[in-house]
Ligand binder design. Structure first.
Ligand SMILES: Nc1ncnc2c1ncn2[C@@H]1O[C@H](COP(=O)(O)OP(=O)(O)OP(=O)(O)O)[C@@H](O)[C@H]1O
Ligand SMILES: Nc1nc2c(c(=O)[nH]1)N[C@H]1C(S)=C(S)[C@@H](COP(=O)(O)O)O[C@H]1N2
Length: 177
């Protein structure tokens, strides 16, 4: 059986320069480890908020590393250097706007500034790319909301079968008739 690979991409000028530790990238890894019973290999990158650089990393993780899921953090807001959604749209063939809609809706329970995130998701080949905000606290809040739909989405794009720990998160797969 081939190894399940999941990409974690932190887009942050300061984290990539070592000004602060990348707590959000680590939070994504910790959350995925808590959710998944399936063994997976994380493929991690921490890079500046540069659109071309983000696009290159997303393409590398999707096309060469074969990640079935790539979770990004940071660069989703309105600041001049926030370009992660643009990079995501540029490399994806299909967008899945429902992910961003649900994450913003849930995030509003925590912060009124949730509406400032342009976070989205899309498909490149057999990879699902998902944007999360940069704030460490947002990682679990957003993933708890959307992760139940992710294993089935990966089934639909012919990726590996992701098995979750039902005590932690319940994956939803519609019954086949
Ligand atoms: N990867 C991260 N690890 C730890 N803290 C983060 C991370 N990203 C953001 N934060 C925290 O959230 C705050 C607001 O996020 P902001 O969007 O400004 O970060 P950023 O995108 O990393 O910024 P920049 O790219 O300008 O360095 C930051 O000041 C920092 O305290
Ligand atoms: N769940 C959650 N969503 C959130 C936040 C948060 O703290 N928690 N921060 C918001 C803020 S303050 C901003 S500016 C936007 C974009 O953040 P980013 O540019 O770091 O991606 O995400 C928003 N979404």
């Amino acid at each position: 059986m081939s190894q399940i690979k999941i990409g974690i991409v932190t887009a942050s000028d300061r984290a990539s320069a070592g000004v602060y530790a990348d707590i959000s990238g680590q939070a994504i890894l910790d959350t995925l480890k808590a959710y998944l019973v399936s063994a997976f290999e994380p493929v991690y990158r921490c890079i500046p908020d540069d659109q071309q650089g983000i696009e290159q990393v997303l393409m590398e993780l999707a096309d060469h590393e074969g990640c079935c899921l790539i979770v990004t953090t940071g660069g989703t807001g309105p600041a001049l250097r926030d370009v992660t959604p643009e990079a995501t749209e540029n490399v994806c063939e299909k967008m899945l706007p429902g992910f961003g809609e649900l994450m913003r809706q849930v995030s509003l329970q925590y912060v009124p500034t949730a509406i400032l995130s342009r976070q989205t998701a899309g498909i490149r080949g057999k990879s699902l790319i998902l944007n999360l905000p940069g704030k460490p606290a947002s990682i679990r809040q957003c993933l708890d909301a959307v992760f139940p739909a992710i294993p089935y989405c990966i089934d639909l794009i012919e990726g590996p079968y992701l098995e979750c720990d039902p005590q932690v998160i319940k994956a939803f797969r519609p019954k086949s008739s």
